[in-house]
Design a protein around this ligand. Structure first.
Ligand code: NAP
Ligand code: 3JN
Length: 348
């Protein structure tokens, strides 16, 4: 029997996330019939390569989705809000990498390792969480199931690739400027649309996304709200501090988690070793722990530096690292797409 194939659209195909989505569709031999690569008018006409074939990028419009089965969106929330409903009208299932629908009570927010069952409840749009949330909940889910979680305090160390191609270029350019003894002209970070910019090279910026009224940034509040929704537990208390650092790929997180029940460190290690998509790297004797440089380009979430908290017996400190463009964005989305095609093809 010949394999069923699907018409796929990638919206934001020329971006940092879109580029990784294309790489994964190719590497995973995703059953693509026709591929549409969509962007703004700026990149329309540009030619990208997929499985050795040239594909011309088109401007994304409401009519781009005729005949499309699966649409993967990563072109910002405004584009998703405008175009995803048109894709749904044309019969496509949308997997949306933006913040547009994540907290919409009618939309499911999915990390397959945590709540894959929610995929069946979608009504046309499946939201992909924020990268910082994804890697944290993927690592904490097996521990939540075993011990219950009452509280999470997280500080992130986020790579510039989370802010797109221009932010990567800015960090590399500024680094050269500093090393050459020249003045640095910040242009993009911390937030492209805000007037004040800060140097990222050789620096740490404690602002990711805009500030909200409570003094936390939107990125921090995304972590708070999305964690509760994905875990399906509004009682989990979450507090986040999100920081941009001069790393290209890979977000790192220092996480303090307080369990509801007593735990043994060996049990935590064993649960993480067995958990899907998680790699435990935790051997202080050999100075082994997760590093962004090791995680870059890989799909897994890496966990290490496991320590019982010194102030709370049911508290655990850990270090969680993952490639923000892989599991944090493109891989989580393609994983969801693979689950959808398996179901449609009757393989599950
Ligand atoms: P990027 O490198 O700046 O790329 C932006 C992409 O969006 C480009 O392909 C761009 O096309 C396209 N685009 C911009 N305006 C558009 C429009 N009006 N219509 C159609 N396409 C348009 O950014 P990125 O890092 O790939 O991120 C893109 C989006 O993905 C973000 O805004 C965010 O919503 C989401 N994201 C999610 C996560 C996550 O945590 N899950 C992480 C990073 C990003 P042109 O080439 O024509 O400009
Ligand atoms: O900065 C990061 O490391 C992750 C950035 C994610 C992001 C960037 C711009 C717009 C998002 C997101 O996924 O939440 C959005 C957005 O969709 O609002």
């Amino acid at each position: 029997m010949s394999e069923q194939k699907f018409n796929v659209a990638v919206v934001g195909a020329t971006g940092a996330v879109g580029e990784q989505i294309l790489n994964l569709l190719e590497q995973r031999d995703f059953p693509v019939a026709e591929l549409k690569l969509l962007s703004s008018a700026r990149s329309a006409g540009k030619v990208l390569t997929f499985k050795g074939q040239d594909v011309t990028v088109e401007e994304a419009t409401p009519d781009s989705f005729a005949g499309v089965d699966i649409a993967l969106f990563s072109a910002g929330g405004d584009v998703s809000k405008e175009l995803a409903p048109h894709a749904v009208r044309h019969g496509a299932v949308c997997i949306d990498n933006t913040n547009a629908f994540r907290m919409d009570p009618d939309k499911v927010l999915v990390v397959p390792e945590v709540n894959a069952e929610k995929i069946d409840e979608h009504n046309g749009i499946i939201a992909n969480p924020n990268c910082s949330t994804i890697q944290m909940v993927a690592a904490l889910k097996p521990l939540y199931d075993a011990f219950g979680i009452s509280r999470i305090i997280v500080s992130t160390y986020q790579a510039v690739s989370g802010a797109g191609h221009k932010a990567i270029e800015e960090m590399l350019r500024q680094s050269r400027e500093v090393l050459n003894g020249n003045d640095v002209q910040p242009d993009i970070l911390p937030v492209g649309s805000l007037p004040v910019k800060h140097q990222i090279a050789f620096n740490a910026i404690p602002q990711i996304d805009k500030f909200t009224e409570n003094g936390y940034t939107l990125e921090e509040m995304k972590m708070v709200r999305e964690t509760k929704k994905i875990m399906g537990d509004e009682s989990i208390e979450v507090s986040a501090t999100c920081v941009r650092i001069p790393v290209v790929h890979g977000h790192s997180e220092s996480v303090y988690v307080e369990f509801k029940n007593d735990y043994e460190l060996e049990e935590v290690k064993s649960l993480l070793e067995q958990a899907p998509g998680i790699t435990l790297v935790d051997d202080p004797a050999s100075q082994s722990y997760p590093l962004a440089t090791d995680a870059a380009g890989k799909p897994d979430v890496f966990v290490g530096r496991l320590r019982r908290d010194l102030t709370h017996n049911r508290g655990l400190n850990l270090w969680i690292v993952s490639d923000n463009l892989m599991k944090g964005a493109a891989w989580n989305a393609v994983q969801i797409a693979e689950i959808i095609v398996s179901k449609k093809s009757g393989r599950v």
